[in-house]
Design a protein around this ligand. Structure first.
Ligand code: SF4
Length: 743
């Protein structure tokens, strides 16, 4: 038996795992006692990972060979990699030549490793010349990114897991930590047990399992968080609980915010948010006057048409009370996916560039162009997730490349997403699993490796970079995500006009790239570009994608971080082999930084954090007589995303065996229903049928449906009669104007 250290692929806690394997079979998994995210513990999902990688599951669920569909509706047929990638390169090149680079789009995933993400981003922005690359992380944490940048000046969570053990007050808001980040929740349980004076405030429309530990529960009405945070600041000001010295020395913009929250009286806030006035006072006092207050928050703030404002309004509270930059104090956004942070670091979103650079900044575009050795990076912002599928549904985007994600289940407003997938002329799906709904729409299916089979790095919620390692070989002819991208990119280079090297040239301090001798199957020729530029007979064409290993990609990423807030120029793969490390880790450092802004200096032009005078806006679709419920969606304890992995294990259905809609018992009674009755759950976009379940976790006038069940379990119809599936048949694609994260 071999043992290989790696990282759990499920959530942003980023637990270390030790994979046990024999031959080509993963036989067991245990928590890595040396990993600082989990110290050997695993939750139900992590501890059953090996069972999801068994030979039987692999045979039944995995994509093992490239499959090409001649015509939509046909069964896809097996092809070799050369035919698959040549077809992809031909079709993408045709679309780009005929309609321009913005006629293609890449939709990737927070499940990808940092190295995979990096090459996808470079493919879109450096080679194709479009910023149409976005990610399912847009649905997960883009409001947190925008909130941090708006207030603290950079997209950097200032706290770390260890702060849970130093906090005197924990403010958990919009996060069912007990289910979504179970190992972090164990740490909270321990902190509460070992430091009995630690207060915990839990704020969420649902009284979830996380509330079990709470000393104070605030049952906030859905979408009213900004009003709540402004109301708490109003009380803090009135009671003299703010820190004027800190505000004067380290922040700007407080007067404007102060004027804004004047109207947010406790009476008004209590009425809007549905929280008793005395509880507002208690929460404000605990938050402001505890020696150290740590906020933990997630989709309840992020996944909102007002998501950036929610994040910023919470951070305002930390700045006003100097609850930041000290052990146990700070606003700590939890990431949902295992590598949502890595995607942010490489700029794998439509509005970002490598190493937290902004696409809108001409100097940043020039720096990235110089690093990549291309003349320029396009200026025009790319389409974000919702915009990308809308553009494809409108015929504006004609070719889509989808990697490691399942938009046909996970995107809101499924009717539009399905129209997009049907209308696009060519859809590539790069996936490990053959079972996702999106596979049904693919013209070309490319089998990718997954957990236990691939190498690279991920970054967890506390900015800690961990190695992901392969324990077994890829099944069938599956290939690594980065390899597929590099091979495709090299083929596309031969079919597109060659970008002229930039005057600055160079690729940072990455190793000198080898010319494109590899990446294609043995014995195949490097195709000559039809126009003869930069290549042609007898000349090896210089490639932008010279990588032979994930480490080579990572070194280029590392070079891009020099001098940036996430500088990792002091890190190496060898150091990461020894232990996971937090960023920043600049050259000369011996350790990463556990927490940020301890010196009160923020990465803004004047070195001060900025208060954000953000307005409260109600939810995009308030309750009305025809639609009298507010729906929230969320995770279960034992399932992950669209169930492509966890859904393969019967034992993980023991906790919750089937999809239900949860309503308050009084709402069930008022409608003359019995528990277990099948009900239509209907929004303006569609309708699904589910058994109803009584739950006092859910408030009056509210409904909850878990996000995991897709078409195999949960069918429905759109408002125009199309067949749809899962809870996102109902959800709206209304999004935050700043972060573009949908509600
Ligand atoms: Fe995996 Fe998250 Fe569970 Fe840790 S808490 S074992 S990272 S699913």
């Amino acid at each position: 038996m071999r043992e290989t250290k790696s990282t759990c692929p499920y959530c942003g806690v980023g637990c270390g795992v030790i994979i046990q394997s024999e031959g080509d079979q993963i036989t067991g998994v245990r928590g890595d006692p040396a990993h600082p995210a989990n110290f050997g513990r695993l939750c139900t999902k992590g501890s059953t990972l090996h069972l999801t990688a068994s030979a039987t599951v692999t045979r039944q669920t995995r994509l093992l060979h490239p499959l090409l569909r001649e015509r939509r509706g046909d069964k896809p047929v097996r092809v070799d990699w050369q035919a698959a990638l040549d077809t992809a390169a031909d079709r993408f090149a045709q679309v780009i030549r005929a309609h321009g680079p913005d006629a293609v789009g890449f939709y990737v995933s927070g499940q990808l490793l940092t190295e995979d993400y990096y090459v996808f981003n470079k493919l879109a922005k450096g080679l194709v010349g479009t910023n149409n690359i976005d990610t399912n992380s847009r649905l997960c944490m883009s409001s947190a990114v925008a909130g941090y940048k708006m207030t603290l000046g950079a997209d950097a969570p200032p706290a770390c897991y260890d702060d849970v053990n130093h906090a005197d007050c924990l403010f958990i808001v919009g996060s069912n930590t007990a289910f979504a980040h179970p190992i972090l929740f164990r740490r909270i349980e321990e902190a509460k047990a070992t430091r009995p004076g630690t207060k915990m405030i839990f704020c969420d429309p649902r009284r979830t399992d996380t509330a079990e530990l709470a000393d104070l529960y605030l049952p906030v009405q859905p979408g009213t968080d900004v009003m709540l945070f402004h109301g708490l600041l109003h009380i803090m000001l009135w009671e003299g609980w703010t820190q004027p010295d800190y505000i004067a020395a380290h922040t700007s913009g407080f007067d404007e915010l102060k004027a804004l929250v004047r109207e947010c009286t406790p009476e008004h806030v209590a009425q809007v948010c549905g929280i008793p006035k005395e509880d507002l006072f208690t929460a404000a006092r605990w938050f402001a006057t505890s020696p150290a207050t740590l906020s933990l928050y997630c989709q309840g703030l992020n996944q909102s048409a007002n998501g950036t404002a929610k994040n910023a309004a919470l951070i305002n509270l930390h700045l006003a009370t100097a609850q930041v930059g000290r052990p146990g104090a700070g606003p700590f956004s939890l990431t949902g996916q295992p590598n949502a942070m890595g995607g942010r670091e490489v700029g794998g979103l439509a509005n970002l560039l490598s190493a937290h650079r902004d696409l809108a900044n001409p100097q940043h575009r020039a720096e990235v162009a110089a690093l990549w050795g291309v003349p320029s990076v396009p200026e025009k912002p790319g389409k974000t997730a919702v915009e990308m599928f809308q553009a494809a549904a409108d015929g504006e985007i004609r070719a889509l490349w989808i990697a490691c994600t399942n938009p046909a289940q996970s995107m809101p407003d499924q009717a539009t997403v399905k129209r997009a997938l049907q209308r696009a002329e060519f859809v590539v799906v790069q996936e490990a699993f053959a079972t996702t709904e999106t596979c049904d729409y693919a013209d070309l299916l490319l089998p990718a490796t997954t957990w236990g089979e691939k190498e690279g790095t991920v970054t967890n919620s506390e900015r800690r970079i961990s190695r992901v390692r392969a324990a077994v070989a890829a099944p069938g002819s599956a290939r690594h995500d980065w390899e597929i991208v590099v091979d495709f990119a090299q083929r596309l280079e031969g079919r597109l006009p060659s970008p002229q090297p930039s005057p600055a040239g160079g690729r940072g301090n990455a190793p000198t790239p080898a010319l494109p001798q590899r990446g294609r199957e043995q014995g195949t020729e490097t195709p000559s570009p039809p126009w003869g530029e930069g290549g042609g007979e007898g000349h090896a064409r210089r490639t932008l994608f010279p990588y032979a290993t994930p480490e080579a990609i990572w070194l280029e990423h590392r070079a891009s971080t020099r001098g940036r807030d996430l500088d990792i120029t002091g890190l190496t793969y060898a150091l990461l082999e020894a232990a996971p490390r937090q960023w920043p880790f600049p050259a000369g450092a011996t350790e990463g930084r556990a927490r940020l802004y301890e010196d009160g200096l923020f990465p803004t032009p004047d070195g001060k954090a900025k208060f954000a005078a953000v307005l409260y806006e109600p939810v995009a679709e308030p309750r009305e007589s025809r639609y009298p419920f507010s729906l929230t969606t969320g995770r279960l304890r034992d399932q992950w995303h669209g169930m492509s992995r966890t859904g393969t294990l019967g034992r993980l259905f023991g906790h919750v065996p089937e999809p239900v809609v949860q309503l308050h018992p009084q709402d069930i009674q008022r409608r003359g229903l019995q528990e277990g009755d099948l009900v239509h759950v209907t929004s303006k976009r569609g309708s699904i049928v589910l058994p109803v379940q009584a739950s006092t976790e859910v408030g009056l006038g509210q409904a909850f449906i878990a996000m995991h069940w897709g078409p195999s379990f949960l069918s429905g119809v759109s408002s125009t009669g199309e067949r749809l599936a899962g809870v996102n048949a109902l959800t709206t694609s209304a999004y935050c104007p700043t972060s573009k994260q949908p509600e």
